[in-house]
Design a protein around this ligand. Structure first.
Ligand code: NAP
Length: 262
């Protein structure tokens, strides 16, 4: 049951990169359930087709394209196809990302570069293509999915943290440069999120206590999707250039003490 009105995105089109799996699929579903027509894109056609079927079973309209966001020409082609299909674009969610937990000396040069290529340059490629193809003339919303690493050193995630902090910088720069075109740009930084491959890979690598944050539970994909929905809604109409951690206060909990014994 959503706390938002079911038609707050009626008439709008939302594009979610990496929208066939994990958090991205839930973001797409949530935006669709509030009236948006959906577009999703990533590299694996079989994942996209499965997600389109699942979302269509929920009564949602979804267009998809196979696209590697590292490739600017492919990205421009996807944006052109999307605009041709729907005739507009209102919301872009840069969600696609790569991740693997590894200590820095075990990350290959290629592996580090790949994460920066997908997370940071991919976000730039898609944002620029969406801006040029549609948003510059018509305005809209961009939400970049990042990670709550600001000001931190992050073991096993040096590559991801470097890329995501670049994404946060890009979020602020885009908000400042593109505000005059009626474009708001914000970031959502999920903490540990249950039911995601990325989260499970990380937990397995570090034997992390699940729900190790002041709220005492892992986040859900819906927690993240609801934050995105709020940010692209009229309710957030004067919010731009901000990064919202959705992590149960984990990122500001310096001591991370376990709860006192009862
Ligand atoms: P996920 O299930 O692994 O999804 C990542 C998506 O990105 C996949 O659908 C993948 O599809 C797509 N993708 C990867 N490389 C791509 C490329 N080069 N071009 C186009 N698409 C590409 O990840 P998730 O755990 O849901 O995470 C979603 C977002 O939340 C990411 O930005 C992640 O950094 C962030 N986040 C997640 C957590 C967590 O606990 N899960 C925590 C903090 C931040 P293909 O393989 O088909 O390309």
């Amino acid at each position: 049951m959503s706390v938002f009105k079911p038609d707050i995105l009626a008439g709008q089109v939302a594009f979610v990169t990496g929208g066939a799996t994990g958090i991205g699929k839930q973001i797409a579903r949530t935006l669709g359930q509030h009236g948006a027509k959906l577009a999703i894109a990533s590299r694996k056609q079989e994942n996209l087709e499965a997600a389109v079927k699942e979302l269509a079973d929920d009564g949602l309209e979804v267009w998809f394209d196979v696209c590697d966001i590292r490739n600017p020409e492919q990205v421009e082609g996807t944006l052109a196809g999307l605009i041709q299909h729907y005739g507009r674009l209102d919301v872009l969610v840069n969600n696609a990302a790569g991740n693997f937990p590894a200590f820095m000396d075990n990350i290959s040069y290629k592996g580090f570069r790949t994460i920066v290529d997908i997370d940071l340059l991919g976000t730039y490629n898609v944002s620029k293509a969406a801006f040029t193809a549609w948003l510059k003339e018509h305005g809209g919303n961009i939400v970049n999915i990042t990670a709550p690493f600001d000001g931190m050193g992050v073991s096993l995630q040096a590559h991801v943290a470097a890329a995501k902090m670049g994404v946060d910088s890009l979020t602020r720069s885009c908000a400042v440069e593109w505000g005059r075109y009626g474009i708001r740009v914000n970031g959502v930084a999920p903490g540990e999120t249950s039911g995601t491959e990325g989260g499970e890979r990380f937990e397995a690598a570090v034997d992390m206590r699940s729900g190790n944050n002041p709220l005492g539970r892992p986040g859900t994909r819906s927690d993240i999707a609801n934050a995105v929905l709020f940010l692209v809604s009229e309710g957030a109409g004067f919010i731009s250039g901000q990064i919202f951690s959705v992590d149960g206060a984990a990122c500001i909990d310096m001591l991370k003490l376990p709860p006192p014994a009862e």
